[in-house]
Design a protein around this ligand. Structure first.
Ligand SMILES: *Cc1c(COP(=O)(O)O)cnc(C)c1O
Length: 244
């Protein structure tokens, strides 16, 4: 671990926090009101450590198995890590996800709800979740259909799964703002306080429309070595790849 890499990570973090703060102020909030989830998918422990040294503690992964390979060891090195699952979850991985993650952002269907409730009962632990909404009504995308969302929220409440709010990944390559605004409206109607929305290319817009949890990978880690699912709409947002 070289000091240079830690300073570089601290720079990226500070730059990002500045723009989070600017966007939050436009809605009369401060950066404290926005949780920054550093999405470390595809990056190995050596790439993640500098950010941990720089003080970041909230991280996101999109695959259970990859997270299992990386995070138990990093958690022994660093205390206070908060790990979020931001990618699609298969029902047969529900128990593993409940064991490893502090928050799950991708609860999107009744069968997964049943699997998660069972896993949480077995583990004697409630893992707070976001309901992921297929906000652009896209064919092959994860997320609950908009019209099915109120029923899924009600079912989660019945199953005693704590629901923090709504999450979305808007369609790629078109303006995200209308989708963020729609998600915010749905959350208001359901009385849900948090909104997980905004990635490297659009987190400022998301914050201005009420995001409380932004999921940022590329702007903190640089480009991912290989395309990871879902292919981000936000490679275009990568402007801080060499900040030193
Ligand atoms: C990869 C990913 C992100 C981060 O995307 P960047 O554009 O690299 O910031 C956010 N949310 C989800 C669900 C992801 O899969």
């Amino acid at each position: 671990m070289t000091t240079d890499r830690i300073i570089d990570a601290a720079d990226r973090l500070a730059t990002l926090r500045d723009s989070i703060d600017r966007a939050a102020r436009l809605t009369d909030r401060t950066a404290d009101a926005v949780h920054l989830i550093a999405v470390s998918k595809t990056h190995d422990a050596d790439a993640i450590r500098p950010l941990l040294h720089a003080g970041q503690r909230v991280f996101g992964e999109n695959r259970v198995q990859e997270a299992q390979e990386k995070w138990p060891a990093l958690r022994e090195e660093f205390s206070g890590v908060d790990l979020h699952l931001v990618g699609q979850l298969q029902s047969n991985k529900a128990a593993d996800a409940v064991a490893l993650f502090d928050v799950i952002h991708s609860l999107d269907r009744p069968s997964l709800l049943t699997a998660l409730a069972r896993a949480m009962d077995a583990a004697g632990k409630r893992v707070p979740c976001f309901i992921q909404v297929n906000i652009g009504s896209e064919e092959q995308k994860g997320g609950c259909p908009i019209t099915d969302t109120p029923a899924l929220i009600a079912a989660a409440r019945d199953a005693d799964i704590p629901i923090l709010g709504l999450m979305c990944v808007p369609p790629a390559d078109i303006e995200a703002a209308p989708f963020f605004a729609l998600l915010a409206k749905m959350a208001r109607e359901e009385g849900l306080p948090r909104l997980s929305m905004g990635m490297s290319g659009d987190y400022e817009t998301a914050i201005m429309l009420g995001a409380t949890d932004i999921r940022v990978g590329t702007a903190l880690f640089g480009q991912r070595p290989s395309p990871a699912r879902p292919v981000p709409a936000s490679g275009r947002g990568m402007v801080r790849n060499s900040s030193h």
